[in-house]
Design a protein around this ligand. Structure first.
Ligand code: FCB
Length: 489
């Protein structure tokens, strides 16, 4: 968001408060995504997704890792539900794999796919855990990509049909529906830089994808609203970039990247229009004629909650044209840029400390971002739908484990990260923002997209040889938080 450059001073304050109390209605949960944890890629009628194709293409994912087995969550559902219960989770944010429901992205529902999610939802409810479902966390059926994927308007129409199917199947039990997770990544990493599936490097395609994802969101929301029978909340999750500007060209660079990263989504979804400056900035690439009459009305739907994912900040300025252009935007470097029409913008390295992803740890960025979103959309309730950290965890059998000699992960660094970001969230609440909840990414270590299994984000460790789950110290800490709504000491 753009209202960030003048609030940098909060970055100097200490965010390590303990004992802060959140309101009782504030929800603490954890998040995962289908392809990252389920495995069982070829079972029970699931069709291939773009991530199956991508991960099986040599050179795309670190170590050649794939989601074929992942955490084997598909076969360990009951155990994982018990794990969530043991961690006192109040809510669980999961995603539904479109190719389990419609193996080719179209046509009748695959009953086995519906049955799996039905069991998951019932298992959550039986344990007192609120189900928060995302329709699309990046696993597009490959058959739809073969027809153009998100560059093809028909994909948005297919998504509407898929939304209707899952809305009819689970629309009596889901508490919060989220249409899309981080359409920024789907569009720009999928179609411009190629760091994510389907791995295309066509700047124009990425802007078409932006629009068709926005359209998919609006159509799916209407389809869900028409068929659900309980009284759920509707949402979308965006990875809004917390932008900071460097030097005299900082504000202009922030404006440009804010348009591509943030307002390309919040504009049509929440204001009913694409920002004029975005259209102007990208006019050498497209006249946006893929936006048809009526599309903006379809996209501009009331949402009950705006989900925000936050990990770190982004520092930009306009490139002087001299020397090497910096491109440290935090996204996997693969040669092509994820930023169409922004070759003259520099993404500068930022001060540490850093996570295992190389991302800077900056809790004040979460505060700035939520305050900026609130300033632009004062009536919009918000939720932190992802926040968390990858570190190089070590398993020890020192005293201090559950029992002497029992394995443990003393991830004090992750606890510190969570504490600081929860403190930032609490400050946002105190500033009067209607923030409804916080979901830690992630429940357990999993397939971290282009990085495969090399980055561990879980509060629960997964041993990829035995698939055993081991709650890290952060999981015990988070369990106390979720039981009391108070940041533990
Ligand atoms: C987000 C994704 C999530 C996970 C985290 C680390 O961009 O939504 O699936 O990979 O980053």
């Amino acid at each position: 968001m753009s209202a960030t450059t003048d609030t940098q001073s909060v970055g100097n304050e200490d965010y390590r408060d303990a004992g802060l109390q959140f309101p009782e209605s504030f929800v603490f949960g954890s998040a995962t995504a289908s392809y990252q944890i389920e495995g069982a890629a070829n079972e029970d009628g699931r069709g291939p997704s773009i991530w199956d194709t991508f991960s099986h293409t040599p050179g795309r994912v670190v170590n050649g890792d794939t989601g074929d087995v992942a955490d084997d969550h598909y076969h360990r559902l009951e155990q994982d539900l018990d794990l969530m219960k043991s961690l006192n989770l109040q809510a669980y944010r999961f995603s539904i794999a479109w190719p389990r429901i419609q193996p080719t992205g179209r046509g009748p529902a695959n009953q086995a796919g519906l049955d799996f999610y039905s069991k998951l939802i019932d298992g959550l409810i039986a344990r007192g855990i609120t189900p928060v479902a995302t329709l699309y966390h990046w696993d597009l059926p490959q058959a739809l990509e073969d027809e153009g994927g998100w560059t093809n308007r028909e994909t948005a129409l297919a998504f509407e049909e898929y939304a209707r199917i899952v809305g009819e199947a689970f629309g009596d039990r889901i508490a919060v529906w989220t249409t899309l997770n981080e359409p920024w990544c789907s569009a720009y990493l999928g179609y411009a830089s190629g760091a994510h599936a389907p791995g295309r490097t066509e700047p124009l395609a990425s802007l078409k994808a932006v629009h068709h994802l926005n359209l998919a969101h609006g159509l799916a929301l209407q389809a869900l609203r028409a068929v659900v029978s309980n009284d759920p909340q509707f949402s979308v999750t965006l990875n809004l970039h917390a932008l900071r500007g460097e030097g005299p060209t900082g504000p202009e660079a922030v404006r440009r990247i804010d348009a591509l990263a943030n307002r390309a989504f919040t504009g049509p979804m929440l204001h009913g229009a694409y920002p004029a400056d975005l259209l102007e900035d990208t006019k050498t690439l497209t006249d946006w004629s893929f936006v048809h009459e009526g599309d903006l009305e379809n996209i501009h739907q009331k949402i009950d909650i705006l989900g925000v994912n936050y990990y770190s900040t982004t520092l930009v300025r306009v490139w002087s044209g001299e020397g090497e252009r910096e491109s440290a935007d935090g996204h996997k470097a693969v040669g092509a840029s994820p930023w169409p029409c922004a070759d003259d913008i520099e993404f500068l390295p930022q001060p540490g400390p850093y996570t295992e992803m190389g991302w800077n740890i900056e809790p004040s960025g979460l505060e700035e971002l939520l305050l900026a979103v609130h300033a632009e959309f004062p009536d919009q309730p918000l939720m932190v739908t992802e926040n968390g950290v990858a570190f190089d965890d070590v398993v020890t059998t020192d005293a201090g484990g559950a029992a002497d000699g029992a394995p443990a992960v003393h991830d004090d660094d992750r606890i510190d990260y969570l504490r600081r970001h929860l403190t930032a969230a609490h400050r946002v609440l105190e500033a009067g923002v209607d923030l409804r909840g916080y979901f830690v990414w992630s429940l357990m270590d999993n397939f971290e997209w282009g990085y495969g299994y090399s980055k561990r984000f879980g509060i629960v460790r997964v041993d990829y040889d035995t698939l055993e789950r081991l709650p890290k110290d952060s999981a015990h800490w988070y369990a106390e938080l979720a039981a009391t709504n108070r940041i533990p000491a």
